[in-house]
Design a protein. Structure first.
Lengths: 559, 119
């Protein structure tokens, strides 16, 4: 077998059914082997699209996402997607072609040091210098990507390794990586935790993405049902707790609900279940849960004490730690219903966007979208204002892998390719891409991929002819000095979609929202709905960067 | 000055990942000694950083693929290491290489032996 054939066989052994990529000089042998392979290859129109599509596949299915690129520019085009996967803890396996071994280091045509470049944004990467090492390295790469806190890995394979033939090879039965033991057993101080819980008068819980990646959603739900204390979720936690739970207060953080942010600000004990607690969640760390003791359930010790000291770390896989905690919980817990009622009595003001222009309101439109889409529809949001509007509306969804967005790196251009991967992971579910006019144009070429594979993705473009989130910050914190955010000369997105073979309509009046949205969702194949929104609609509530969570701006100041 | 000894398996990229934990935070690595120790490698890094940053680095190192364990050096050891400089190398009158080593011979026995030179 050639190295390329061995690579595909390794992928098959790992259960890979679909890969996303783009061919080039240094990975031709791999594409030659794919020609007869049962593994399905999806040709994107840019390597960044391949990385995001693989992420969409991984985020919704929980399986590895795999992407291929050639050396040099092909490899560098993956970089944003890799960094994005590192931030959000997504198991992404990247396979890049490299120039042949004898010319590595000579600045050969399309040579780049992608291993050096991606060292800080991968969990593991290497140049495969010996064909014999391919099986071991693939087994290690897949194991590292999915274990512990998931993340991206990259194998850079010189073209002559892909061409070299091996008579004999074996895929390892057991994987060992020296110096990597994510399943290390640790002491779990549940007695102390139960003491803290029993002494608490105002506990609150933050739920992050950890529950879903550990396969602990059911256990976390059971725990929260037992506690009956105020619960909030991060953007990536959405779907772990649904809005029908009486203790659920919504999304926390910069654009979270007032109830959620107030509960976290005033609690005396904060249980963090698998969340990184980045600055968008905490606001000013000095004021974050200032009067609370903090207990952090986390698989990756790196995430502890990052923004604020933790009083009690519970390090481990939440499928195990939460299960053990449930078993250790006493039959009777304090009654926190008074505190819960107090948090619920805080008013959550309805969105006020300063509209009234006759144009469709983005928040109302998204409200209608979530009400009318299929209950198990998968939604990806791009990055910007529409992302936060969508997250606010997705705050109550019932499935933890239903809503996908680039929350950590905040990569514009994420959503359209991500939905390609999502649709391929779940061909029979409704898949909706919510994007803005800025982000859409960053990977607009992937419309060709949607069309080529007849993917029935519904693409909703919220077009306010601005880089809206930056404009909002410039409006609120930079004296309305709108510097380089005006996209007044956007192209006609409907025509562009049609040129790619994707039918679309323009929605520019609030009177036709209902009917146009229904037709859009009912379209049998892919469809595009371009929504011309009021240019200066803002996302509220908003915690200004660096302010405490309790210092929310709730609505537009009258000017 | 803080000294940290990192024991790691010399798998692909591990050494660079170790050093990157420092450099990604904008820290200037003052000195680093790295060599095999048994079946592992040890990198001893000297760096000036706030205690909270050091704490974050140690946690990150412990989660880095390939790293076996991390040890903080006692403050006096770190300070002593910080005083250590590479020996001065020059050409002798007869064309030979002259290496000047500071300090008593006893303390530099290893280096002298390694150079194959006599005291």
């Amino acid at each position: 077998m050639t190295g390329a054939e061995i690579v595909l066989e390794c992928l098959r052994r790992e259960g890979v059914e679909v890969v996303f990529g783009y061919p080039g000089g240094a990975n031709i042998p791999l594409y030659d082997a794919l020609y007869n392979s049962p593994i399905r290859h999806i040709l994107t129109r840019h390597e960044q699209g391949a990385a995001f599509a693989a992420q969409g596949y991984a985020r919704t299915s929980g399986r590895h996402g795999v992407c291929l690129a050639t050396s040099g520019p092909g490899a560098t085009n993956l970089v944003t997607g890799i960094a994005d996967a590192k931030m959000d803890g997504v198991p992404l396996v990247c396979i890049t072609g490299q120039v042949r071994r004898p010319v590595i280091g000579t600045d050969a045509f399309q040579e780049t040091d992608v291993v050096g470049m991606t060292l800080p944004i991968t969990k593991f990467n290497c140049v495969v210098m010996n064909t014999e090492d391919l099986p071991k390295l693939f087994a290690q790469a897949f194991y590292i990507a999915r274990s512990g806190r998931p993340g991206p890995v990259l194998l850079d394979i010189p073209v002559d390794v892909l061409k070299e033939k091996l008579e004999m090879w074996e895929y390892p039965e057991k994987v060992e990586v020296p110096g990597y033991n994510p399943e290390r057993k640790r002491d779990l101080p549940f007695e102390q935790l139960i003491e803290m819980l029993s002494a608490s008068r105002r506990p609150a819980v933050i739920v992050g993405a950890g529950a879903k990646w550990c396969g602990a959603t059911k256990l976390v739900r059971e725990l929260l049902d037992r506690l009956q204390a105020p619960v909030v979720q991060t953007v990536h936690g959405l779907g772990t707790v649904s809005e029908d739970r009486p203790y659920y207060l919504g999304m926390v953080g910069m654009h979270g609900t007032r109830q959620a942010n107030i509960a976290v600000s005033h609690c005396d004990l904060l249980l963090v279940l698998g969340a990184r607690l980045d600055d968008r969640v905490t606001g000013d760390p000095a004021h974050f849960a200032k009067h609370a003791k903090m207990v952090h359930f986390e698989i990756d010790p790196v995430q502890l004490n990052r923004v604020r000291p933790v009083d009690l770390p519970i390090v481990g896989d939440m499928a195990k730690t939460v299960e053990q905690f449930l078993a250790a919980l006493p039959a009777s817990l304090p009654d926190w219903s008074g505190w819960l009622a107090e948090t619920r009595s805080v008013a959550n003001p309805p969105p006020k966007e300063h509209v009234g222009t006759g144009k469709p309101s983005p928040t109302r439109l998204l409200e209608m979208l979530f009400d009318r889409m299929e209950p198990d529809a998968l939604v990806a949001a791009d990055v910007g204002q529409h992302q936060m509007w969508t997250a606010q509306r997705a705050s109550g969804i019932a499935h933890p892998r239903q809503f996908v967005t680039s929350g950590g790196l905040g990569s514009m251009g994420f959503a359209l390719p991500a939905t390609i991967g999502m649709q391929l992971a779940f061909p029979h579910r409704q898949v909706i891409c919510v994007t803005g006019d800025g982000g859409f144009q960053m990977n607009i070429q992937e419309l060709a991929t949607v069309q080529r594979y007849s993917l029935p993705i519904k693409i909703l473009v919220i077009d306010n002819k601005y880089l809206g989130m930056v404009r909002q910050w410039q409006q609120l914190f930079w004296d309305r000095r709108y510097s380089e955010v005006d996209l007044y000369d956007n192209p006609d997105f409907v025509k562009i979609g049609e040129a790619y073979g994707i039918p679309g309509v323009l929605m520019n009046k609030d009177t036709s929202m209902e009917q146009q949205l229904r037709e859009f969702l009912a379209a049998p194949g892919s469809a595009q709905l371009v929504v011309e929104c009021p240019a200066e609609a803002n996302v509220y509530p908003m915690v200004p960067a660096g302010a405490a969570l309790s210092e929310m701006i709730l609505e537009e100041k009258k000017s | 000055m803080t000294g940290i000894a990192i024991y790691f398996f010399n798998i692909s990229g591990a050494m660079m990942r170790v050093l990157n934990c420092f450099t990604r935070r904008g820290l200037l690595i003052q000195a680093v000694w790295c060599a095999p120790v048994g079946d592992r490698h040890r990198a001893t890094v000297l760096v000036e950083a706030k205690p909270i940053t050091i704490e974050q680095i140690v946690r990150e190192l412990n989660s880095t693929v390939g790293v076996d364990r991390v040890e903080m050096l006692e403050k006096p050891s770190a300070e002593q290491l910080a005083q250590r400089h590479a020996p001065e190398v020059s050409k002798g009158d007869n064309g030979s290489t002259v290496i000047k080593i500071a300090g008593p011979l006893e303390e530099n026995r290893f280096l002298v032996e390694w150079l194959g030179a006599s005291g």
